[in-house]
Design a protein around this ligand. Structure first.
Ligand SMILES: [Zn+2]
Length: 329
């Protein structure tokens, strides 16, 4: 992995300023020395895309409050957290500077913050509603920034980035992938999860403001185009696919006068006993995946990638260390 000076970008004039490991990526009260633009803030959180902070861009901020607690024990989110931490440990054991793009109310970044020692850990989110919920739930070391993933205000600042069920909310997802690539050092890692199979589209996707469910190979191709090398890709929530398909059919048949938001939230309302059973099933799946098993189908996809070394213009040839084919358990 090449080490490069981390830069913060003035989103007003584009001027890049270097910053060191000991300092925040974007400190409150920061003023661009080139154009004099002063960083705005809300509730102590720096705003780098203030015009988008309260919009419905790809997500309804009202859902953060609901998700913040619903995610904690829900089998699907718990399994996803274990999968992500396992992949981070297996593929990027040396990473010390992490950024989660679209961190919402902070459940994943909180788990990652506790999983190892980071020298820099930043969560970005376009909606301040999520960040205001996240702040008191996260350790002080986690720096939070309101930012548009398509215009990341940081360059070469991280050796690992993650984007977990976020890209499907963004209409021009390739711009976000390019923004994430720019925030990484050459050789830096990237892990993304997305929903897949358009045939599984349901009212939940509508309510969640999804722009798409990914088709086979789509995310991998977009990553390659942005200068990433794909190290590992698999479906997950494979073992629950039959149940998921059944639930989708049921919700499509539901009476038209039912509130679609209530229908979508019903997927979260699971009896504790059933939640434990489903958790057990997904635990087995996560263990097998972390041993290197790649599943052909499943409700979601996880892709592990590495930014290729740059050759002047940004995209380059692979001079990064060889890819790992399997993941240690
Ligand atoms: Zn400026």
């Amino acid at each position: 992995m090449l080490d490069m000076t981390a830069m913060r970008l003035c989103f007003c004039c584009g001027k890049e300023t270097p910053f060191g490991l000991g300092e925040p990526a974007l400190p409150l009260g920061w003023v661009c020395e080139s154009c004099g633009h002063a960083l705005q803030e809300r509730d102590g959180i720096p705003l780098t895309a203030p015009a988008l902070a309260d919009t419905l861009t790809g997500f309804d901020p009202a859902d953060f409050t609901f998700l913040a607690t619903a995610e904690l024990d829900h089998f699907w989110f718990a399994a996803r957290r274990r999968l992500i931490i396992g992949l981070v440990d297996a593929y990027f054991p040396e990473a010390t500077r992490f950024c989660e793009i679209g961190c919402g109310s902070g459940n994943v970044i909180g788990a990652l913050a506790a999983s190892r020692r980071w020298s820099r850990i930043v969560g970005t989110e376009i909606h301040t509603a999520g960040l205001s919920l996240a702040r008191p739930r996260l350790p002080g070391q986690v720096e939070l920034l309101q930012a548009d993933a398509r215009r990341m205000p940081l360059r070469h600042a991280f050796d690992l980035a993650g984007c977990f069920d976020v890209l499907e909310h963004i209409d021009r997802d390739e711009e976000a992938i390019a923004g994430i690539a720019a925030a990484l050092v050459p050789g830096g890692g990237f892990i993304a999860t997305v929903p897949q199979h358009p045939s599984l589209w349901s009212v939940s996707d509508d309510i969640a403001h999804h722009q798409r469910r990914y088709v086979r190979g789509e995310l991998e191709a977009k990553l390659e185009r942005a200068g990433f090398e794909v190290l590992f890709s698999t479906s997950y929530t494979v073992l629950l696919l039959p149940m998921m398909a059944l639930a989708r059919v049921r919700s499509r048949k539901a009476a038209p006068d039912q509130d679609p938001r209530e229908l979508a939230r019903r997927e979260f309302n699971i009896q504790p006993r059933l939640n434990r059973i489903l958790q057990g099933i997904l635990d087995v799946e996560v263990k097998l995946t972390l041993r290197g098993m790649s599943w052909p189908i499943g409700g979601s996809r996880v892709v592990v990638a590495r930014k290729r070394a740059e050759t002047g213009s940004g995209k380059g040839t692979s001079v990064a260390p060889p890819a790992r084919n399997t993941v240690a358990a």
